[in-house]
Design a protein around this ligand. Structure first.
Ligand code: MGD
Ligand code: MGD
Ligand code: MO
Length: 730
C-alpha cells in the first residue's frame, strides 16, 4: 500500500470540538492543542455502523496510535457529538478480542483454532471455489451473505468480488426495513423524505414505533429544539421507552395495531372537518373511496378496542396532530416488523395527506431515504469471467441465484441443483441476527467450507472453518452516507491495521490474486489498488452536484450536505403512476395487497404461546456489535428479560430469577427484571451478543414474512416482533 495522504484539521476546529464536547470524552483534550505534540494528527472518519446517525468523527492519532475519537463539529447533523459507542471506539479498536490473524478451526465448532497465513487461508478458499466450479459446472454452490456490519460504500467490494468470480448464490433482501420501504413507495412513488433536521421546526411531533433516545441519539437534539420552541412530543410504542419517558404524551399501543390507531385518528379528523379538502382534491388519489371506508368501517370505539388505547387518548392525539401545525410523524422501523407492518405504515402516511401537510416544512411523514446513495459502485462494476454459467436469465444469458435473506437458513439448505456448499459471510452475523438461529446452525453445519470475515469471534465466526481478520474503519478508507440525514462524510484511514487485519476491499484484491494464480482468468476483480484512489472512483457528476462539491477531496475539509428541498414534496408532484399521493394504489392491488390502507388484523398468538416476546435494539450495542467488549460487559454484564409484575406473579417469577423463554422453535434463558414499562402480555429482551455467552433472542423467532418489501428490496421484510412464547422459572 502506498502511504496515504493525510489531512491536518485546523486546530481551531478542534478547539471548537473541545468546547462543544465540554468534558464528554475520557481523554484529555490538551493532546490535540497545536504545537504541543508534533506527531499528533487528526483525521476525518465516519461511523459506518447501520444507524440513522452515520456520525462524522475526528480521530486523533499520536505516533500512529488512535488516542481519541470526537464528533466532527462541521457535520451539521451530528454537530460535534457522538453516542457512547462512538466515544469509546478507541477501546474497540484496541480490544484484545479482535481477530488478529487468519485462523482455521478443525473440526468446525470445536473451538480448536489454529493460526494460518493469509496465503494459506486464501489458497484453501480459492481452491474450494475452483473445485466446486469444476464439480458443478458453475460457482452457484458458493453463497454470499453480507449486510450491515459496515455500510461504507467501499465495502460493497464484497459483492463486487463475488460478481467477479462468477454467478453465485446471493442472500437478497434486508431484515431491517423493507415493509415500510414498499409502503412508502406505494404512497409517494419514491423512497425519499424530508430533511430530518426540519423536525426542529415542527410544533407537534409523533414518534411512532421508534426509540431515538437509544437508536438515533442526534435526532433527540432536533426534537429538543422543537420542544424549546413549544412543540409537543408524542411517543406511540408498546414499551415505555427512554424516548417515551421524555414525551408529553405516551400512547401504549397493543403491538401491530398501529393501522387501527391511524384510521381512528383519520375518522376523528374528518368528523371534525379538519381534513384539507383542497389538498385532497388536487394531490391525492383515492380520497373518496378512503373517506367512504372510514365512514363505513371505522369508529373511535373500534379503534380503541383493537389498539387498547382509550378513546380520549385517540381524540387528544388526533386533535393535536390536526390542529397544532406543522405536525410531523416519524415512523420507526420497529413498528413495521409485523405481518401487517407495511399496511400500518400506509395508514400512518395517509394522515399526512389528509391534513394536507406532506410537502410543508416541519409537516412531513418521515421513514428513511436512499436519495444520497447514488455512487458509482465502481467496486461492483466487474462482471463475471468470460464463459461463466449461472441460472438462465430467460434472455439467453445467465444470472445469480438469489435466496431470501430473511429465510436464509431454510432456503440454502433446500437448494439442490446445484446445492450450496460454501458460505462467505462478511459484515453480517446470521448466527445471532437471523431468525431461527437453530436452523442457521444446521445450515452452517451442512457446508463444506464456511468463511467469516469479521473483527470479532461472534456466533457466526464460531461456526466457521476459516476466519479472516478485517480492519476497523480507522484502518481503511471509505465514504459514508446515511439512510436518515443528508450528509456525506469521508472516512480517512487514520492508523495502520493491527496485526494482519485487511479491509474487505483488500481481501477482494487478494482473493482475486490467488484465484488468478491458481486458475488464470477465474476472477475479473483487480488484484491490487490504492484504497484512497478507489474512494475517488465512487464519485460522479450527479453526486458532486447533489452535495455542491467539485472534488471528493473537499470532504477532507468538511462533510457536505445534499442540496435538496427541506420538504421533499414541496411541489406536490409525487412520483407515483398518477403523480399524486396514492391512498389508492393500483400497484399495491396488483401485488395482491389491499389497494388502500384499510385495516389488516394483527397476527394472533398461536396456541400454547400467549406471550409476545419483543426483541428490539439495545442502547449500548448495535446489533451484535459493542456489547461483547470488556467495558460494555462491565456496565451491562448479562441480558435481562423485562416482565410486568402481574405476569411475573402469574408465573411465579420474582425479580432476579432465571427464566426460560421458549416456544416450538427454541429457548432463551436469562434473568428476570420486573418492570411496569412493558405490557402485561409482553416480555422484552434487547437483541445483543454478550461475550462468552450463547444468549440469542433469535432462537425463538420464526422467519415469518412481513406483508411488504418485495418490490423495492427483492424480498419481504420479517415479522421479528410477531414472536410468541411461554415463560417459566428455572
Ligand atoms: N430478534 C431480532 N433480530 C434482529 C433485529 C431485531 O430487532 N430483533 N433487527 C434486525 C435488523 S433491523 C438488522 S439491520 C439486522 C442486523 O444484522 P447484521 O447486519 O448481521 O448486524 P451487525 O451485528 O451490525 O453486523 C454484523 C457483523 O459485521 C461485522 N463487521 C463490522 N465491520 C465490518 C467490516 O468492515 N467488515 C466485515 N467483514 N465485517 C464487519 C461486525 O463485527 C458484526 O459481527 O439484525 C436484524 N435482527
Ligand atoms: N443503539 C443502537 N442504535 C441503533 C441500532 C442498535 O441496534 N442499537 N440499530 C440500528 C438499526 S439497524 C435500526 S433498523 C434502527 C432501529 O430503530 P428503531 O426503529 O428505533 O428500533 P427498534 O428498537 O427496532 O424499534 C423501536 C420501537 O418499536 C417498538 N415497536 C415494536 N412493535 C411495535 C408496534 O407494533 N407498534 C409500535 N408503535 N411500536 C412497536 C419497540 O417497542 C421499540 O421501542 O436503529 C439503528 N440504531
Ligand atoms: Mo436495521
Amino acid at each position: 500500500m502506498k502511504v496515504s495522504r493525510r489531512t491536518l484539521i485546523k486546530a481551531g476546529a478542534l478547539a471548537g470540538a473541545a468546547a462543544a464536547l465540554s468534558g464528554c470524552t475520557a481523554q484529555p483534550m490538551s493532546s490535540t492543542t497545536a504545537g504541543q505534540a508534533p506527531d499528533t494528527r487528526t483525521f476525518r472518519t465516519a461511523c459506518p455502523r447501520n444507524c440513522f446517525d452515520t456520525c462524522g468523527q475526528i480521530a486523533t492519532v499520536q505516533n500512529g496510535v488512535l488516542r481519541k475519537v470526537d464528533g466532527d463539529p462541521l457535520h451539521g447533523y451530528t454537530q460535534g457529538r457522538l453516542c457512547l459507542k462512538g466515544y469509546t471506539y478507541v477501546h474497540r479498536n484496541y480490544s484484545p478480542d479482535r481477530i488478529k490473524y487468519p485462523m482455521i478451526q478443525e473440526p468446525r465448532g470445536s473451538g480448536n483454532w489454529r493460526r494460518i497465513s493469509w496465503d494459506e487461508a486464501l489458497t484453501i478458499i480459492a481452491s474450494k471455489i475452483l473445485e466446486l466450479k469444476q464439480r458443478y459446472g458453475s460457482t452457484l454452490p458458493v453463497a454470499l451473505n453480507k449486510y450491515s456490519g459496515n455500510f461504507g460504500i467501499l465495502h460493497y467490494a464484497v459483492e463486487g468480488m463475488f460478481q467477479s468470480i462468477g454467478y453465485h448464490t446471493y442472500a437478497l433482501g434486508t431484515p431491517c426495513w423493507p415493509a415500510g420501504i414498499d409502503a412508502t413507495n406505494y404512497d409517494f412513488g419514491a423512497f425519499v423524505m424530508d430533511d430530518p433536521e426540519t423536525m426542529a421546526q415542527s410544533r407537534y411531533i409523533i414518534i411512532w414505533g421508534a426509540n431515538p433516545a437509544w437508536n438515533g441519539v442526534h435526532q433527540m437534539d432536533f426534537i429538543r429544539q422543537a420542544k424549546e420552541s413549544g412543540a409537543k412530543v408524542v411517543v406511540i410504542d408498546p414499551i415505555n421507552t427512554a424516548t417515551a419517558s421524555q414525551a408529553d404524551l405516551f400512547i401504549q399501543i397493543k403491538p401491530a395495531t398501529d393501522g387501527a390507531l391511524a384510521l381512528g385518528m383519520a375518522r376523528w379528523i374528518i368528523d371534525n372537518n379538519l381534513h384539507d379538502k383542497a389538498y385532497l382534491n388536487s394531490y391525492v388519489k383515492g380520497w373518496p373511496e378512503f373517506e367512504a371506508y372510514l365512514k363505513k368501517e371505522v369508529t373511535l370505539e373500534w379503534a380503541s378496542e383493537v389498539t387498547g388505547v382509550p378513546v380520549e387518548a385517540i381524540v387528544e392525539l388526533a386533535s393535536g396532530y390536526a390542529t397544532i401545525r406543522p405536525s410531523m410523524i416519524w415512523i420507526g422501523y420497529g413498528m413495521q416488523r409485523h405481518t401487517n407492518g407495511g399496511q400500518n405504515v400506509r395508514a400512518i402516511d395517509a394522515l399526512g395527506a389528509i391534513t394536507g401537510q406532506i410537502g410543508t416544512v416541519g409537516g412531513g411523514v418521515l421513514y428513511g431515504h436512499l436519495a444520497t446513495w447514488g455512487f458509482n459502485y465502481h467496486v461492483q462494476s466487474y462482471g463475471p469471467p468470460a464463459g461463466s454459467v449461472g441460472l438462465p436469465d430467460g434472455k439467453g444469458g445467465y444470472t445469480n441465484r438469489t435466496v431470501n435473506m430473511n429465510n436464509f437458513a431454510a432456503e440454502i439448505q433446500a437448494l439442490t441443483d446445484p446445492p450450496v456448499k460454501m458460505l462467505w459471510i462478511a459484515c453480517r452475523n446470521p448466527g445471532s441476527q437471523d431468525p431461527d438461529a437453530g436452523d442457521i446452525r444446521r445450515a452452517f453445519a451442512g457446508m463444506e467450507l464456511v468463511v467469516v470475515a469479521d473483527q470479532f469471534m461472534n456466533h457466526s465466526a464460531q461456526m466457521a472453518d476459516i476466519v479472516l481478520p478485517v480492519t476497523t474503519h480507522f484502518e481503511n478508507w471509505d465514504v459514508n452516507v446515511s439512510y436518515w440525514h443528508r450528509w456525506v462524510s469521508i472516512n480517512e484511514k487514520a492508523v495502520e491495521p493491527l496485526f494482519e487485519a485487511r479491509s474487505d476491499l483488500q481481501i477482494a484484491w487478494a482473493l482475486s490474486r490467488k484465484l488468478n494464480e491458481l486458475s488464470p482468468g477465474s476472477c475479473t476483480f483487480p488484484t491490487e489498488g490504492d484504497e484512497e484512489e478507489w474512494v475517488g472512483k465512487e464519485f460522479n457528476d450527479g453526486i458532486y452536484q447533489l452535495f455542491g462539491i467539485r472534488d471528493w477531496r473537499e470532504l477532507k475539509e468538511r462533510p457536505a450536505k445534499a442540496l435538496m428541498p427541506a420538504a421533499i414534496w414541496e411541489e406536490k408532484k409525487f412520483s407515483t403512476p398518477s403523480g399524486k399521493f396514492e391512498i389508492w394504489s393500483d400497484l399495491a392491488a396488483g401485488n395482491g395487497l389491499p389497494p388502500m390502507p384499510t385495516y389488516v388484523p394483527e397476527m394472533q398468538p398461536p396456541a400454547g404461546y400467549p406471550i409476545r416476546f419483543l426483541t428490539p435494539h439495545a442502547q449500548h450495542s448495535l446489533h451484535s456489535q459493542f456489547q461483547n467488549l470488556d467495558y460494555m460487559m462491565q456496565t451491562n454484564p448479562e441480558p435481562l428479560l423485562e416482565i410486568h409484575p402481574r405476569l411475573a406473579e402469574q408465573r411465579g417469577i420474582k425479580d432476579g430469577d432465571m427464566v426460560r423463554v421458549y416456544n416450538d422453535l427454541g429457548e432463551v434463558r436469562l434473568k428476570a427484571r420486573l418492570t411496569r414499562t412493558v405490557p402485561v402480555d409482553t416480555v422484552v429482551a434487547y437483541e445483543a451478543w454478550f461475550k462468552d455467552s450463547d444468549f440469542n433472542v433469535n432462537n425463538t423467532v420464526h422467519p415469518i414474512p412481513a406483508d411488504m418489501g418485495k418490490v423495492m428490496t427483492g424480498n419481504d421484510g420479517i415479522a421479528f416482533h410477531d414472536n410468541f412464547v411461554e415463560i417459566e422459572r428455572v
